[in-house]
Design a protein around this ligand. Structure first.
Ligand SMILES: NC(=O)c1ccc[n+]([C@@H]2O[C@H](COP(=O)([O-])OP(=O)(O)OC[C@H]3O[C@@H](n4cnc5c(N)ncnc54)[C@H](O)[C@@H]3O)[C@@H](O)[C@H]2O)c1
Length: 333
């Protein structure tokens, strides 16, 4: 078993980065391994990472290995095992003299970034590197990056764990249990308001959450829309997008990929569709996943989707297909 691991984080000077990076080296996420950090920012911001590096050194982390920071993604990528791609251009900012309002502009600009990063990961990352895209629009950014990497032995994912954690929290409150007791909480589709939090396959003490809640009205009018719109609710309340919960969800995803999934459970992330559950091939879609004892990340294929779930998932698939269409010039596979 490898004793050292190299982790690249982009957007390292951002809000999520500040919450995420210390916890990568705290001995929980990667267990006993020494974690070598390679932190990436845009040229205008990269010097700020000196301060973060100082704080990490001052924090007494026995598992902290080397810390490098750079604005050169290719250099950062060399022999990396994990890539946490958090950095992206948010909606509403002025980019090259133009205010970015439209989702199509956002897709194009971030897509361009992910072409370059994907190429570098494919060329310089480890053959079995794992890549988690957090920066939005996460699914389509991951699709673009994966195509540019053109390296099938690497594992590309987009984050939906935050949506799953939000769903677990709501269900645990409703059923008066601990969040950890809710199993098989799957987010299907896109990380966007079309996502589908699957309460029918979710379990509490091996019993269907759907049966235990037994309140379709609450599910349809409260649960599903609240999970779908929780990101906006946090922005409205905080004046900034979710950061510490997004960081925790990224750590939870890494942990889920690094450790065998307990029997009777699965975890949520979007991966490249191979046609499972009749999801069209060639989009990054939220699926139920498991990590095997040999460390492979696989789609769990034996769940049933009700008619309701299927029609909700189809809406999200249609959105993913239209996003794919909007960036087809960037899909270089
Ligand atoms: N998937 C999810 O569940 C989820 C949840 C919350 C936030 N997000 C997304 O995560 C992203 C980051 O959020 P944040 O709150 O940390 O934002 P932030 O604006 O605080 O930080 C983003 C950082 O990324 C950097 N950056 C931009 N382009 C880069 C590039 N090409 N290479 C390296 N760094 C780059 C910026 O300089 C900035 O420091 C946003 O896109 C946000 O929408 C996703």
């Amino acid at each position: 078993m490898k004793k050292e691991i190299k982790v690249v984080v982009t957007g390292a000077a951002g809000q999520i980065g500040y919450s995420l990076i210390p916890r990568l080296v705290d001995g929980n996420t990667f267990g006993n391994k020494t974690v070598n950090l390679s932190l990436v920012e845009i040229p205008q911001v990269v010097s700020k990472l000196e301060g973060l590096a100082m704080e990490l050194e001052d924090s007494y982390f026995p598992n902290l290995g080397s810390i490098n920071y750079t604005d050169n993604f290719s250099e950062a990528s060399r022999d990396a095992d994990w890539f946490l791609l958090v950095g992206s251009i948010p909606r509403g900012i002025v980019y090259n003299g133009k205010k970015i309002e439209e989702r199509s502009d956002l897709l194009q600009i971030n897509g361009g970034i992910f072409v370059e990063q994907g190429k570098a990961i494919g060329e310089f990352g480890n053959q079995n590197a794992k890549v988690l895209v957090v920066g939005n629009p996460a699914n389509t950014n991951a699709l673009i990056g994966r195509a540019a990497a053109n390296n099938p032995s690497q594992n590309w994912m987009a984050m939906t764990m935050l949506d799953a954690n939000r769903a677990k929290s709501m269900l645990a409150k409703k059923l008066t249990c601990n969040v950890s007791e809710i199993k098989k909480m799957i987010i299907w589709g896109n990380h966007s308001p079309t996502m589908y939090p699957d309460y029918e396959n979710a379990l509490l003490n091996n019993q269907s959450v759907s049966k235990l809640v037994n309140d379709e009205d609450w599910i349809d009018s409260k649960f599903i829309p609240s999970v779908q719109q929780r990101g906006k609710a946090v922005i409205d309340a905080r004046g900034a997008s979710s950061a510490t919960s997004a960081a925790k969800a990224a750590l939870d995803t890494v942990y889920a990929c690094e450790n065998e999934t307990e029997s009777g459970n699965c975890f949520s992330a979007a991966v490249y569709s191979d046609g499972a559950y009749d999801v069209p091939k060639g989009i990054m879609c939220g699926f139920p996943l498991m990590t095997t004892s040999s460390g492979e990340i696989e789609i769990v294929r034996d769940l049933n989707l009700s008619e309701k779930a299927r029609s909700r998932l189809d809406v999200s698939i249609a959105e993913l297909l239209s996003e794919k269409e909007a960036v087809k010039d960037l899909l270089t596979e």
